[in-house]
Design a protein around this ligand. Sequence first.
Ligand SMILES: *Cc1c(COP(=O)(O)O)cnc(C)c1O
Length: 434
Amino acid sequence: MYFYGTTGVNNKGHLEIGGVDSVELAQEYGTPLYVYDVALMRERAKGFKEAFEQLQVNAQVAYASKAFSTIAMLQLVEEEGLSLDVVSGGELYTAIKAGFPTERIHFHGNNKSREELEMALDNRIGCIVVDNFYELALLKTICSEKDTKVNILLRITPGIEAHTHDYILTGQEDSKFGFDLQNGQAEKALLTALQCPHFEVLGLHCHIGSQIFETTGFLLAAKKIVEKMEAWKTAHSFEAKVLNLGGGFGIRYTKEDEPILPSQYVTEIIKEVKNLTEQYSLDMPEIWIEPGRSLVGDAGITLYQVGSSKEVPGVRKYLAVDGGMSDNIRPALYQAKYEAVLANKPLAKSNETVSIAGKCCESGDMLIWDLPLPETGEDDVLAVFCTGAYGYSMSNNYNRLPRPAVVFVENGDARLVVKRETYEDLIRLDLPLK
Ligand SMILES: *Cc1c(COP(=O)(O)O)cnc(C)c1O
């Protein structure tokens, strides 16, 4: 098995995380259970922050909270001194309830509503990343109604294809996000924004995709944007104070994935932007990045109780667990791959290959295909690694399954940070027919 963060095997032979026995966690809090290694999340946050500090570059590292947004999580992000990205009123509300300093919150999204924009302005958030002409006009109207000024970035589609899964490509021209750089939309948006007295145009933003393992895409995007910064300085006297290169840094889900360190991304991006700005005689802008997955993904483990199994002779053996696409939809949505072990005997030799099925009424509800495991029975607890990003945050109540609890572990202590949903919670919003 691969040891992420503080995972290890304790003297009972059980999988341990954050100094806590995972089998005991499953017993105490029930399953399915999300467990987060707090020390690893802190280490990742510091990895990004310190890389900028060492290079003495003004920066903001904003956690893309859509990866995993809860009050405790956002409080941890605040403790680590990061900024925060939100993409909806609900994420903004969570941040406000977590006491997150609103001046360090950035608001994204391709269809922010009037209500969401008003909420952002009323809470004086740090900046709004404007995605399209509709939003530009709407925000201008609301700002003049409220007679207020707001910091904005313009979201640019630089036309870079990052190597990743098609479903999560966002940097190519044919994208629902952002103002296109090639066809003049971005420049038109800039001119519109510069004419509006309610906007302080801080700079430009792009986000080229997700689960990216190379720096090439970021460097190409930086080059395209810095070239435009030069052109727009000459043509419109616009000088971008901020260059935001988004998130998308890849992590290790399985042995096929070979991520580079946070500091490597940062170092190469900075080097490139420094070179480019020197070449074009521009001031070095502040560099903002927006890691989501890479801050929380490999810090999360999901624990499941093993249940029924079914042998299809000569084909495969299905082993079912007490969760599935309701708590982790990524395998069904993106064919995402995971590794897993038995939490009660992680080092036992594998002697069969099984496919892990969820319990939802969909044939596509499979968590892992062809997983090598030791002989497995009812008393076993399955630990699926690397579920910290887009797992709980995409969880749902399909089949009216209650959402799992979430526990943070650190230095031998476990803390419940999200309660397990109850059946009562499931019908809380339902109203009777008569
Ligand atoms: C989703 C998203 C991110 C985070 O992406 P990760 O792949 O989780 O790092 C960052 N910025 C924007 C604008 C996003 O939409």
